[in-house]
Design a binder for this molecule. Structure first.
Ligand code: ZN
Length: 239
């Protein structure tokens, strides 16, 4: 009698279990990463279906963009980092409010055994923050990790500082995290303002390459940018 009742209940419990696991970061199903497309895009085998997954909340520099002009040397470094870390490994995924983008890609936080890989990319300086509402669940933690990586001059932040120094950019000359005489923290690479929109960005923001040369204004600190009447870009979140 008892055994028969358990038989009837088991399938219900089992489907409930899978339903709960499908959206959890921890304890969810682990999927094989069959290919890494670039630093922030991977392909996973989801129960026999190949799913292209875009890691959300972040942007790595472009390496495989169809418009070659958008690809930057650092993009290769970020892509290799993700390839080495994820290809052939099993990952779990966590979805946010919007599950797919207009290209049909799954938008996800990707977990390896010990960490959320979106966070790893930020803390290693291989990605920068890119916030697209409504997917904002981890934005505060992400912003803190980016600030820390930027202050340490990790990964792409050191690369950007070198690039800016080669350009003879005065705003970039102070060392990472060094306080200027006004006491404000100056970051390598400074900040890029757009005189057309009155917004300012991190140097690696996806919007920076499209700013007209004549509209580019460089700032050493956020305070300088704000004092000049510029507001922070909501995507790269300069701080
Ligand atoms: Zn921006």
């Amino acid at each position: 009698m008892a055994a028969r009742r358990a038989d009837a209940v088991a399938p219900v419990l089992l489907s409930l279990f899978f339903l709960l696991c499908a959206c959890a970061g921890d304890g969810g199903d682990a999927y094989l990463v069959t290919r890494v497309v670039d630093g922030d895009t991977i392909i996973i085998d989801m129960n026999g279906t190949e799913e292209r997954v875009r890691l959300i909340g972040i942007d790595t520099p472009e390496s495989v963009h169809p418009d070659g002009e958008q690809n930057v040397p650092y993009g290769e470094i970020a892509a290799s980092f993700t390839k080495n870390a994820l290809e052939g490994k099993r990952v779990r995924i966590e979805l946010d409010a919007q599950t797919r983008d207009k290209y049909g890609r799954l938008l996800a936080y990707v977990y390896t055994d010990d960490a959320m890989f979106n966070e790893t990319l930020l803390s290693e300086g291989h990605a920068q923050l890119a916030t697209y509402p409504p997917n904002v669940r981890h934005v505060e933690a992400f912003a803190a990790l980016q600030k820390d990586a930027r202050e340490r001059g990790a990964g792409l932040w050191a690369y950007l500082a070198e690039e800016a120094a080669e350009d003879g950019d005065a705003a970039a000359s102070p060392q990472n995290g060094e306080s200027g005489k006004d006491g404000a923290v100056r970051y390598a690479g400074g900040f890029i303002g757009n005189a057309g929109t009155k917004k300012f960005h991190l140097p690696a923001c996806r919007y920076v390459p499209s700013i007209k040369e004549a509209h580019i204004v460089r700032f050493g600190t956020c305070e300088e940018a704000r004092a000049a009447g510029f507001v922070p870009c909501k995507v790269c979140n300069p701080q």
